[in-house]
Structure formats: structure tokens, C-alpha cells
Design a protein around this ligand. Structure first.
Ligand SMILES: C[S@@+](CC[C@H](N)C(=O)[O-])C[C@H]1O[C@@H](n2cnc3c(N)ncnc32)[C@H](O)[C@@H]1O
Length: 203
């Protein structure tokens, strides 16, 4: 998988740049970021969400980016270096393995990640443990019950399974869970959605 994503990183920005901009903005709004906070962007890929996260943090805070692929992270580093006012730390590895070593964070976004992970339920639970009480957990992904030709193409290039329903894990954890459909172009291969929830104070 890592080798594939390293290869995919060469064309990733050219193939998806701007396609998910509205969804990236929706994720930032759902996280309700505030200046000075720390947000986990996992998996961060090439860092396409970084400018949106920096804006949400008012250019004052920390972005922690984690990803399996060194190729993706190399490009993410370049984007991070172009930002002002936020500090960006990048970590390489499988999210499940990285989770126990992460600091407590104020907000978490998993953007186009869980459909690519066989162990998505464990990953959501492990990252939930790293969220501070009162913090926001946001999942943005694509879902398709029935696959179009484009859906099959997306599955192949992203090594994803769009039939997965990873939001159900968050639904079981967050009492105020919500999931809303986002505007989706045919290119994304299914229905984009934003699922979110708050970690209870006593969790
Ligand atoms: C479709 S890309 C999405 C990247 C980024 N979130 C974005 O919005 O552009 C999926 C990413 O998941 C990463 N990935 C896949 N499995 C992973 C795992 N088990 N742990 C960490 N990252 C993983 C890949 O390396 C790739 O960068």
C-alpha cells in the first residue's frame, strides 16, 4: 500500500486539486477551530487541507499531519513551509500504530482516509482516544452503495472501498453525531459527506 501511495503522490495534486475545496472548508467549519489550537489531519496526504486548516486556526496554532506515504509527506512538507503563523509537524506511519504516541489534540479530521483502510474502525477508536474532551472529530469521505464506472476508477486509484460506512464508529462514540451530504461532482465517484461529533466531557 505504501509503495502505491508513494507512486500516487506524483500525480495526486494534479488529479484532485480543487475538487474537494468546498468539502475541505466544510470540514474546517465542522471542527470549529479556534486560534492557538492543535488539529490532527490524518491522513494528511500532500497537505491539500493545510491552507484551509491554517485559515480556520486564524494562522495561529498547530497542525499535526500524519500519513503512511513518504512521497505524500514530502509534498506536504513543501506546502507546510509555505504557510505563515501555524506550526506543522509531520509524522510517517500507519495511523493505528501512530495513535498511542500522539499528543492530546483539540480537533481531528480524517479526510478521504477511512475508505482506504481495512482497520478503519480501530483507527477511529484509537484517534478518538487522542481527542480532548469537548474536542471535535470530523470525517469527510465518499460513499457509494452502487458503484458507477467512475466510482470503480476512484476505488482503483485511491485503493479504497467506497461501500464502507466508517461513520458508524463515530456515531457510536459521539452523542451529538451528525452526518450531512456535501455537494459532490461526478468525479468523486459517489456521495461526499461530512460526519462529525463532539467528545463528551466525561468520556
Ligand atoms: C486519498 S488520499 C487522501 C489524502 C488527504 N487526506 C487529502 O484529503 O488529500 C489517502 C491517504 O491515506 C494514506 N493512508 C492510507 N492508509 C493509511 C494508513 N493505514 N495510515 C496512514 N495513512 C494511510 C495514503 O498514504 C494517502 O495519502
Amino acid at each position: 500500500m505504501k509503495a502505491w501511495y508513494d507512486f500516487f503522490s506524483l500525480s495526486y495534486d494534479a488529479s484532485v486539486a480543487h475538487l474537494y475545496d468546498e468539502a475541505r472548508q466544510a470540514a474546517v467549519e465542522a471542527m470549529r477551530l479556534a486560534p492557538g489550537q492543535t488539529v490532527l489531519d490524518a491522513p494528511c496526504g500532500t497537505g491539500l487541507s493545510f491552507p484551509f486548516l491554517a485559515e480556520g486556526l486564524g494562522h495561529d496554532g498547530h497542525i499535526l499531519g500524519a500519513d503512511l506515504s513518504t512521497g505524500m509527506l514530502k509534498r506536504a512538507r513543501k506546502k507546510a513551509d509555505g504557510l505563515t503563523g501555524v506550526q506543522v509537524e509531520l509524522l510517517q506511519g500507519d495511523l493505528l500504530a501512530l495513535a498511542p504516541g500522539l499528543p492530546e489534540v483539540d480537533a481531528i479530521q480524517i479526510f478521504l482516509g477511512l475508505t482506504a483502510m481495512d482497520h478503519h474502525e480501530q483507527v477511529v477508536r484509537a484517534l478518538w482516544d487522542r481527542l480532548r474532551p469537548g474536542g471535535r472529530f470530523v470525517i469527510v469521505d465518499v460513499h457509494a452503495d452502487k458503484l458507477s464506472l467512475q466510482g470503480r476508477m476512484v476505488q482503483f486509484t485511491a485503493r479504497a472501498n467506497l461501500r464502507r460506512t466508517p461513520w458508524t464508529t463515530l456515531q457510536a462514540l459521539a452523542p451529538d453525531f451528525t452526518r450531512e451530504a456535501l455537494a459532490s461532482s461526478w468525479q468523486v465517484g459517489g456521495q461526499l459527506y461530512c460526519a462529525s461529533g463532539t467528545k463528551p466531557a466525561d468520556a
